[in-house]
Ligand binder design. Structure first.
Ligand code: GDP
Ligand code: IMO
Ligand code: MG
Length: 429
């Protein structure tokens, strides 16, 4: 029995899709516990590139059952268009199961996401505009629409009317938009009922029964630690808990059952959207990482902001997630760059901080304190063991491990499924 959580240790796009794909072939279930179609997980299999937004990357693993857990927010139009797109390429999404308790993104959530961002002006979060925040807000305000509501027409109608009663006031009076018609929303949801109904399950019961039977469950987190609504750079965060605690809640698997918490971390750092980012680079090296690393958001096509590795963040992610292992991705991108700076601490208004400062205001003022290491010149994309890596690449990894406080169990040397060095197999034993 193994219950493994894959979690982003930075600001997203660390390579969670690739990590899931590597382990997905040997597990029974791959569950997405949080987020929605704001994610973008890329998997490269035999030169074929797949970009998953709402579905867990485990849908590409032939023997695993992919599940959208109760913590996910589901846009049905996006769900079925992604399934159709995958099936047109020969993938089989028929095993997909969806939690009865997951929430549905309504068309009005997307409208509200966009108008709210516009209203915030220069204080905008830079959301993906997919309606994720407003859907989670409705969940917590207890006016959300859940997957199971689609099975009861009269409940569905009542819930849409209840949600719209207040929203239409806001849309019309505050944002000067037209009111949304409850019938239109009802018809939109009902249009998907026949396709969705056979997929609906009590996912927490099924996943726990699978663990009881000795099976392996992998949770593929969306987003990342620094985008967590509690632990991230609030308010520049997403509206869920993409940390390991959130994965337990979002899958309905208790923390005592977790066997490994695998933090995915790039050998440098990126961020999409607004918010503080101490090691961000505005010089030629930022451009170099962006171009060489192919750092463009899968979801919105925005260029990712780039910076050096931040070990303060890595230690923080290790703590709040209880990480057991790290998967360092994109080491190949640093080949041949001369010297590699690593952020070891912050200078905040003249005071050294070895750990995350107390307040967001201090974090906004954090200036990285760097040490540097020499980079290697050799192409590492063909290396398949630590021993095959050049000495300087090994030294860099050793230093990251020492500074980050979590053992490095996997290293990515290219986007392909096989371009991975396995140091410790989280599924062994
Ligand atoms: P996710 O959101 O965490 O799944 O990450 P994304 O898929 O959004 O972004 C990660 C990008 O890095 C994708 O384009 C991957 O194909 C790519 N990638 C993952 N691991 C590696 C690696 O070790 N080296 C290189 N060069 N690319 C990688
Ligand atoms: P994956 O799973 C990177 C960012 C958005 C924005 C903030 C809030 O691919 O790592 P939202 O639409 O969620 O309300 O936007 O969070 N964001 C991501 N950035 N990778 C992601 O997912 C992200 N999901 C959301 O850019 O700054
Ligand atoms: Mg991504």
């Amino acid at each position: 029995m193994a219950a493994i959580i894959i979690v982003g240790a930075q600001w997203g796009d660390e390579g969670k899709g690739k990590a899931t794909d590597i382990l997905g072939g040997r597990v029974d279930y791959v569950v997405k516990p949080n987020g929605g179609n704001n994610a973008g997980h890329t998997v490269v299999v035999g030169g074929e590139k797949y970009e998953l937004k709402l579905l867990p990357a485990g849908v590409l693993s032939e023997n695993a059952t992919p599940v959208l857990g109760n913590g996910v927010v589901i846009n049905l139009e996006a769900l079925f268009s992604e399934i159709d797109g995958l099936e047109a390429r020969g993938a089989d999404a028929s095993r997909l199961r969806v939690s009865a308790n997951a929430h549905l993104v309504a068309p009005y959530h997307q409208t509200l996401d966009r108008v709210t961002e516009r209203f915030l002006g220069k204080r905008a979060i830079g959301t993906t505009g997919r309606g994720i925040g407003p859907t989670y807000a409705d969940k917590v305000s207890r006016v959300g629409i859940r997957v199971q509501d689609i099975l009861d027409e009269s409940i569905l109608r009542q819930k849409i009317e209840a949600a719209l009663a207040r929203k239409n006031q806001i849309l019309v009076k505050l944002y000067n938009r037209r009111a949304i018609d409850a019938d239109e929303v009802f018809d939109y949801f009902m249009g998907y009922r026949d396709r969705l109904a056979p997929m609906i399950i009590d996912s927490a019961t099924e996943l726990n029964a699978a663990l009881d039977a000795g099976k392996h469950v992998l949770m593929e987190g969306g987003q990342a630690t620094m985008l967590d609504v509690d632990h991230g750079t609030y308010p520049f965060v997403t509206s869920s808990n993409p940390t390991t605690g959130g994965a337990c809640v979002g899958a309905g698997i208790g923390p005592t059952r977790i066997t490994s918490s695998l933090g995915i971390i790039k050998a440098y750092t990126t961020r999409v959207g607004a918010g503080p980012f101490p090691t961000e680079l505005f010089d030629k090296w930022g451009e170099y990482l962006q171009t060489t690393g192919g750092e463009v958001g899968v979801n919105t096509g925005r260029k990712r902001r780039c910076g050096w590795y931040d070990s303060v963040l890595a230690r923080y992610a290790g703590r709040v997630n209880g990480l057991t292992d790290l998967f360092v991705t994109k080491l190949d991108v640093l080949t041949g760059i001369g010297e590699i700076p690593i952020c070891v601490a912050y200078d905040v208004d003249g005071v050294r901080h070895d750990e995350m400062p107390l307040t967001q205001s201090e974090f906004h003022h954090a200036v990285p304190i760097y040490e540097t290491m020499p980079a290697w010149e050799e192409d590492i994309t063909g290396c398949r063991s630590i021993a095959e890596l050049p000495g300087r690449a090994r030294d860099y990894l050793d230093r990251l491990e020492e500074l980050s406080g979590t053992r490095i169990s996997y290293v990515g040397v290219g986007p392909g499924r096989d371009q991975t060095i396995v140091v410790n197999d989280v599924l062994a034993g």
